[in-house]
Ligand binder design. Sequence first.
Ligand code: GLN
Length: 456
Amino acid sequence: EDYLSRLKERETKIKSFLYVSEHALQEAEQLDKMVAAKSPLGPLAGVPFGIKDNLCTLDMPSTGGSKILEGYRPPFDATCVRKMKEAGALAIGKTNLDEFGMGSSTENSAFQVTSNPWDLSKVPGGSSGGSAACVAARQCTCSLGSDTGGSIRQPASFCGVVGLKPSYGRVSRYGLMAFASSLDVVGCFGTSVMDTAILLEVISGQDSLDATSSLLQVPSYSSLLPSIGSLETKPLDGLRIGLIKETVVDGVDSGVVSAIFKAADHLQVLGAKIQEVSLLSFSLGLPAYYILACSEASSNLARYDGIRYGNRAPADDLVSMYGNSRSQGFGQEVKRRILMGTYALSAGYYDAFYKKAQQVRTIVQTDFKNALKDCDLLISPAAPTAAYSIGEKTNDPLAMYAGDLMTVNVNLAGLPALVVPCGFTAGEGQKLPVGLQFIAAAFDEERMLRAGHIFE
Ligand code: GLN
């Protein structure tokens, strides 16, 4: 009741939710009965959580932030949602996002613009802006999101919460509306690293419904986190951390850079050995990402044809029915990406764009692999700026894309990354949060969580 009333009160200003559950209280009462009967409870019993609206839910609409799916009710829960429910967590609602995850500010939602709880005139980041804002505003305890090129990490940074992007394959994608299947991962937000470790443990694991989910056993991440001792004990002693040189250069907001350097100093005080490392392919990732993500999206979004899901526009024949449903149902950014992806994949351009982008992807992966031989973890800002004003970049898609510089390479390489609030930058009148990104080798979430937990 406490969470629901706070949710409703703050929602008028923040607008993180597209839908608020009507069953959460009943489910909580069910748990009360289990407590009274001394039945065993799951690890997240009674914890209210938000769900990004591109994750399918059985008892709540799932729109992906798109008009084409307005009112759509899937006949199943995404695997991550099912696992949260099995752990006893209470789904409190569906959170706002950029349409199908395409965007960095949540302004591309077909339904509403979400505000940053720190400053209502700023964006919360995106595409999981609703999931980050609802945790920052304490409308719920934690939330699920998805990250194709930074959609968990950049909003976590803008909203001053912890955001975790797992390794590709760690969490089942079953029930996540596909944007770019080779890059998409499900992850989570919390107010502490410990919370995200507990969530990761719950949602991870092999799933017969997602052939790319890994067979690797799921460690008990939360019990592996060390207790936080005094600074004198140097809890990070011996940990080799590489600060990615290309991420703290001119062009990156000076307030962000100074917060990151301070964070690096703090890690050093805790015993870590910080060295600067250079990733020569760093700036190649962004163009490669946009070619690959758009190419995959153009294929994945073919399923929205007005027949199988969501809205159908009236028309006289089949072809105009497809055409009308798609032109009325999709927003501008989604159309732009379908066009770019179709172009990049078309005969005659394939070698110049798609194939070349795949080659760049291999180079990015190799560079990370080499850097992670000399270092246990890498660090960088999660975004080149703090939260910016609503409307500031809506007419400039390239400026919006450029904001993803710090995050997309990690998806190209399939690595896990964690964003932890590390300070503030002074915006106009108001200080805005800055997030520190930790990047680890594939399936080395544990090391990244341990460092983030102590740093916090
Ligand atoms: N901002 C990036 C994009 O627009 C990443 C989005 C995401 O991770 N879903 O593609």
